[in-house]
Ligand binder design. Structure first.
Ligand code: HPA
Length: 241
């Protein structure tokens, strides 16, 4: 039973799916943290894998899927909707990057998106006359937060999901800073809206890859990989609650 965008069978996905934006990152993550990973879909180059978690601890050996979302809210919306509706998926954890906005966060830190403001109209259409509140699953967010290593820089709060990477309205960034928005990315608000729509659960965990107001301090390639694994560990903790 394939859907328009996922060529897989029911049962090919675990009940929890980690979702980076980039298909190559999905493949690398599968190689890194799954035993017996098999590719379950590749429609339009959006790769999905299922195996068992190979890390130490209580979750070792449990089924886990990893699939890319592509970039932007419409793309995330397509894959999250099909996974939740047709493949028995209960929990999706976006594992992505965000641009830092708050002065509190630095490149390399981890941000847990408890709520997602958005410039998109996707959630405005959900409840007529209502500004929809796009929120993460509290139990998953708490599991991710408490899985942090002592001393690991992890922030939990509101992020903004933007339709634009290269454009902002004058005054928008300043207002985001005033309102303590931690970072900007392009998918979480859509994921949270769709999870609510289908009575499912979702979380987004980010590595801060760049900073919109603090220049310099960009991560080296090696730092990106190790810091990214910090966020990945938190995402896995959220996959099994
Ligand atoms: N804007 C939007 N999405 C992002 C950014 C950004 O600066 N950095 C990482 N994802």
């Amino acid at each position: 039973m394939s859907t328009p965008h996922i060529a897989a069978e029911p049962g090919d996905f675990a009940s929890a799916v980690l979702m980076p934006g980039d298909p190559k990152r999905a493949e690398r993550m599968a190689g890194l943290i799954l035993d017996g990973a098999r590719q379950v879909t590749s429609v339009r180059g959006i790769l999905g894998f299922t195996g068992t978690y190979n890390g130490e601890g209580e979750h070792h050996g449990k089924p886990l899927s990893i699939m890319a979302s592509g970039m932007g809210m419409p793309s995330m919306g397509i894959y999250a909707s099909e996974l939740y509706q047709f493949f028995g998926v209960e929990r999706i954890i976006r594992v992505g990057t965000c641009g830092g906005i708050s002065a509190d966060v630095n490149v390399g830190d981890v941000v847990i998106g408890v709520g997602a403001h958005t410039t998109s109209s996707m959630n405005e259409l959900r409840i007529p006359g209502t500004h929809f509140s796009a929120t993460a699953d509290l139990v998953m967010a708490a599991a991710a937060y408490t899985a942090a290593e002592p001393g690991q820089a992890v922030f939990a709060g509101a992020i903004i999901s933007s339709d634009h990477f290269y454009f902002s309205i004058p005054g928008q960034l300043d207002a985001m800073i005033t309102h303590n928005v931690l970072g900007v990315e392009m998918e979480a608000a859509s994921l949270y809206g769709i999870a609510a729509n289908f009575g499912k659960r979702a979380l987004a965990v980010f590595t801060v890859s760049d900073h919109l107001t603090k220049k310099g301090g960009d991560m080296t390639a090696e730092e990106r990989e190790t810091r990214f694994q910090g966020a990945l560990k938190l995402a896995v903790a959220a996959a099994y609650v």
